[in-house]
Design a protein around this ligand. Structure first.
Ligand SMILES: NC(=O)c1ccc[n+]([C@@H]2O[C@H](COP(=O)([O-])OP(=O)(O)OC[C@H]3O[C@@H](n4cnc5c(N)ncnc54)[C@H](O)[C@@H]3O)[C@@H](O)[C@H]2O)c1
Length: 316
């Protein structure tokens, strides 16, 4: 299969690209290498992490329809994994229009192309953030997600609605994956694991929101990639699926494991809850399990892998 991966220089996209090529798929990457975080990390995912791997790379923006049209025309794409987006809840509150343009209009462009070029399956990144402040845990796909609490969450919910329209009207097979806090090597510098590891190594203070009373189903990036491939192969007519680790971890435990791996105690600054953030995201993953997927990596192993990568990459 020839798979177009948007956001392929990103954290999840680069990991997925590697696994797709390993199993014999061909990959075409689209990414604009924007500077939301250090673009050098994106360049290095392409140059170093994907070294020796053969794929096509297009540098450009999913907001640019002409640019996308050229690629679809030329590349004979079978399926799409659409991961390009402005991610990050906190930055969205400062830049709501940017999130709307990239996440909503950009996705609209991708859906238009998918229909026009008869794509066999369109898998895209939604997010656990669509569950907002829902009180019922674990979060299940059948729960109401009508109360997002950040522009980011609203954009992801919008993507699910956009996909529904295209599956219904044009019979485009679509699956939205609601990712739960993804972590692992080559991870994003704006996310907790990276920020905490970096600060602990440098002896700096870490900000611990909601005074540490947070919990997450952390999901290792390899498990995310295998989950994407699971739904990519199914070609569901229209689906929304949670993808998360199988253990609810307390933030305090997460920090403890980082400390053990770095070999240093964290200096913690306990802070109140951040606007737009949620105290607990716990995934009900029965649906994806039924499709044959299971998470395999616990935080003890995943964090060890991350810290090892971090030290090597930053030559510490
Ligand atoms: N990492 C997580 O925990 C998590 C959780 C929930 C959902 N998601 C979603 O998964 C997807 C991938 O996330 P990630 O963690 O790999 O983030 P990432 O920022 O590392 O990857 C996104 C990539 O998309 C590219 N991109 C952004 N805007 C673009 C545009 N206009 N045109 C072309 N390329 C563009 C970026 O340069 C980046 O390389 C995103 O849609 C994100 O919202 C991630």
């Amino acid at each position: 299969m020839r798979i177009l991966v948007t956001g392929g220089a990103g954290f999840i996209g680069s990991n997925l690209t590697k696994k797709l090529i390993d199993r014999g798929d061909e990959v075409v990457i689209v990414d604009n290498f924007n500077d939301y975080y250090d673009p050098q990390l994106k360049e290095d995912r392409i140059k170093k992490f994907l070294k020796g791997y053969k794929f096509k790379l297009y540098r450009g923006d999913i907001r640019d329809e002409k640019f996308l049209e050229k690629i679809f025309k030329k590349e004979k794409i079978d399926k799409v994994v659409h991961l390009a987006a402005m991610a990050g809840v906190r930055y969205a509150l400062q830049n709501p229009n940017l999130y709307y343009e990239v996440n909503v209009l950009g996705t609209q462009n991708m859906l238009n192309m998918a229909v026009k070029y008869k794509i066999k399956n369109f898998v895209y990144a939604s997010s656990s953030s669509v569950y907002g402040n829902n009180k019922k845990l674990p979060f299940s796909e059948t729960d109401s997600v009508d109360n997002p609490i950040s522009p980011y969450a609203a954009s992801k919910k919008a993507n699910e609605l956009q996909a529904h329209v295209y599956s219904h009207v044009y019979k485009l097979p679509t699956t939205g994956l609601r990712f739960f806090t993804v972590y692992g090597p080559w991870g994003r510098p704006d996310m907790a694991l990276f920020l905490f590891t970096d600060a602990i190594i440098k002896g700096e203070t870490i900000n611990v929101y909601n005074r540490g009373k947070m919990s997450r189903n952390f999901t290792y990036v390899d498990d995310i990639a295998s989950g994407i491939m699971t739904v990519l192969d199914k070609n569901a007519a229209y689906d929304i699926v949670n993808i998360g680790g199988d253990k609810e971890e307390k933030l305090t435990r997460f920090i403890e494991v980082i400390e053990q791996n770095v070999g240093k105690k964290a200096k913690k600054k306990l802070l109140p809850m951040q606007p737009g953030d949620v105290p607990a995201t716990v995934a009900d993953i029965k649906k994806l399990r039924k499709l044959g997927w299971k998470p395999t990596t616990r935080i003890e192993q995943g964090i060890e892998n991350f810290v090892a990568w971090y030290k090597e990459y930053y030559k510490i």
